[in-house]
Ligand binder design. Structure first.
Ligand SMILES: Cc1cc2nc3c(=O)[nH]c(=O)nc-3n(C[C@H](O)[C@H](O)[C@H](O)COP(=O)(O)O)c2cc1C
Length: 203
């Protein structure tokens, strides 16, 4: 059972969540988990202006996903930062290059799930995940979220990401906040949950 954790991360928040998602998926017997990035679309110059060069260097060892790897996966957990309440352009561009897979129904019946990050608490995490689901449904994915059995999404004692749509983290206005223990637990839960469903489907 092949589980693909596929993400874009500019400053490392989604990447940290992706690592936790992968950890959770690896807990499921028979899960072969790989972590992949989507290609960058911005120039070095723009990345420099956005203060992202150092974080990007730290992710350089994570391979770029091929369409073959996407096609081979039984389940895909997609991670994207929020951009104006939507997925980022890098992820959009990757998905827009999957027309050939769509034409032959290659992704139909796979499990798909989304996690995200935004700077502000109400800055569009839910809209990012839900609008991402539209693409997954067009491709025939079976969409899976983060059920309330992950009770950490109900806590009121601290500010936290996470909703029934998927795990998320709040990065802070300057990106100064890294995922909290609760948000990482949500990510692990989602990874485990998706891999468990994929394993049941494989049987
Ligand atoms: C063009 C652009 C649009 C953004 N739009 C939003 C937004 O709508 N809401 C929000 O809270 N944060 C927004 N952000 C902040 C990013 O979501 C934030 O940098 C990201 O979640 C950090 O994750 P990363 O380190 O994995 O890239 C935006 C950032 C950029 C560059």
């Amino acid at each position: 059972m092949k589980i693909l954790v596929l993400y874009y991360s500019m400053y490392g928040h989604v990447r940290r969540m992706a690592e936790a998602v992968a950890e959770g998926a690896r807990e499921v017997k028979g899960a072969e988990v790989i972590e992949r990035r989507v290609p960058e679309t911005l120039s070095e110059e723009i990345l420099g202006k956005m203060g992202a060069i150092e974080a990007q260097k730290g992710m350089a060892h994570v391979p770029i996903c091929s369409l073959e790897e996407l096609e081979a996966a039984d389940a895909v957990l997609f991670g994207t930062p929020t951009r104006f309440g939507n997925m980022c352009g890098q992820m959009r561009q990757f998905l827009d290059a999957t027309g050939k897979l769509w034409a032959k129904g290659a992704l139909v019946g796979k499990v798909g799930s989304v996690f995200t990050s935004s700077n502000t608490q109400h800055g569009g995490q839910e809209s990012t995940i839900l609008s991402f689901h539209i693409t997954l449904l067009h491709q025939g994915f079976i969409v899976v979220g983060l059920p309330y059995t992950f009770q950490g999404q109900m806590r009121m004692d601290e500010i936290t990401g996470g909703s029934p749509y998927g795990a998320s983290t709040i990065a802070g206005a300057q990106g100064e906040r890294m995922p909290s223990a609760n948000e990482l637990e949500a990510a692990r839960y989602q990874g485990r949950h998706v891999a468990t469903i994929a394993s049941k489907l494989a049987k």
